[in-house]
Design a protein around this ligand. Structure first.
Ligand code: UDP
Ligand code: MG
Length: 329
């Protein structure tokens, strides 16, 4: 991993939904922290911008963003037409960025902003991704911890590679962001995609704090939505389960179909007229149907993966380096 020596520009992307209580408290802290970083000799960050994304808030969030932007030349506000959800709001900020590094964080400063310094150090020593990992979740409610743990367990069971306790507090290099934006699928599940990009990664542990103001914007409905997105955008395992279930039921129905025939032929005194001719086709057909749905599901799964048009691979390096100029951005 070669260390980086050049100076770089940073964009900080912050999705904001109904954050009228938190933003006036957190934005000044974020600004002053990055202003300090900018002049600090400990890193080579030359300038920064704050991209505040209003994710269709119905409260005064946008007015606050406009005001902050008027008073601070580093701040750019982007207002989305409606509430698209945290992930899409973040993506809109990422798509608007032209910086060399991009940092994403929440508006409520639950993530320890001091960890950004370590993220910059990781970037300067060659990492393309520096991912904040919550070390301690005691500030979250027991219900939130339980749902989060279950979420990670289900995802790993389904074979989705996700970094545990990493939410959306991270630094990305231009290169890794470009690779991410090459994924043209509409339903981007960033937490799953980002580890899948590859490139050198550093995990930065930090302690998660309590929200400074306002309530959590992740309602149960939004959390379920996120979990479902995580499962369905990376795994066709649920379809496989149907196929397997269909296979099992089909086998059972053949066995019980045989039993019906044996009963009918050898022990006719046990059966009533019409029983075999009704039950046998019923068992066979229902088994076949579920199995067929499973087979169709397999193809649907393949189509689903195809239509995403994900890049099939991402090149990290070519040697000699400027063979076609593609490895530099
Ligand atoms: N958020 C968003 N759109 C939404 C929900 C949340 O942009 O539909 C933002 C929110 O303003 C915050 C971040 O996503 O900056 C994380 O949300 P929150 O802090 O409420 O979630 P929690 O930390 O409780 O999981
Ligand atoms: Mg929060």
């Amino acid at each position: 991993m070669p260390a980086r020596v050049e100076t770089y520009r940073a964009d900080v992307v912050i999705p904001c939904y109904q954050e009228q209580d938190a933003l006036p408290l957190t934005a000044p802290d974020i600004l002053s922290y990055f202003r300090k970083l900018q002049v600090s000799p400990k890193n080579s960050m030359s300038s920064f911008r704050l991209l505040l994304i209003d994710d269709g808030s119905k409260d005064k969030t946008w007015d606050i963003i406009e005001k902050i932007s008027r008073n601070n030349h580093e701040v750019i506000g982007i207002k989305l037409s409606r509430n698209y959800g945290h992930q899409m709001a973040m993506l809109s900020g990422l798509s608007h960025s032209s910086a060399d590094i991009i940092i994403t964080m929440d508006a409520d400063l639950q993530d320890d902003i001091q960890a950004v310094e370590q993220m910059l150090a990781a970037y300067e020593s060659g990492s393309h991704l520096a991912l904040g990992v919550r070390e301690d979740r005691t500030s979250d409610s027991p219900a939130k911890r339980w749902t989060a743990n279950t979420f990670y367990r289900v995802l790993s069971l389904l074979g989705v590679n996700i970094i545990e306790n990493h939410a959306d507090f991270r630094l990305m290099s231009r290169r890794s962001l470009d690779a991410l934006l090459d994924h043209s699928e509409v339903n981007l599940f960033l937490r799953g995609l980002i580890p899948a990009i590859g490139f050198p990664v550093t995990l930065i542990p930090y302690t998660r704090k309590v929200r400074v103001a306002g309530e959590t914007k992740y309602t149960i409905k939004k959390m379920l939505h996120l979990a479902l997105d995580g499962v369905t955008s990376f795994s066709v395992a649920p379809l496989r389960v149907i196929a397997a279930l269909g296979g099992i039921i089909f086998t059972l129905s053949i066995l019980s179909g045989l039993y019906v025939i044996v009963e009918r032929v050898f022990f006719p005194q046990n059966t009533i007229p019409g029983w075999a001719s009704t039950v046998f086709p019923l068992l066979l057909l229902s088994g076949m149907q579920i199995f067929s749905v499973g087979v169709v599901g397999e193809y649907v799964g393949k189509i689903y993966m195809e239509v995403k048009k994900r890049p099939r691979f991402i090149v990290e390096e070519i040697t000699p380096p400027n063979i076609d100029g593609n490895t530099r951005h």
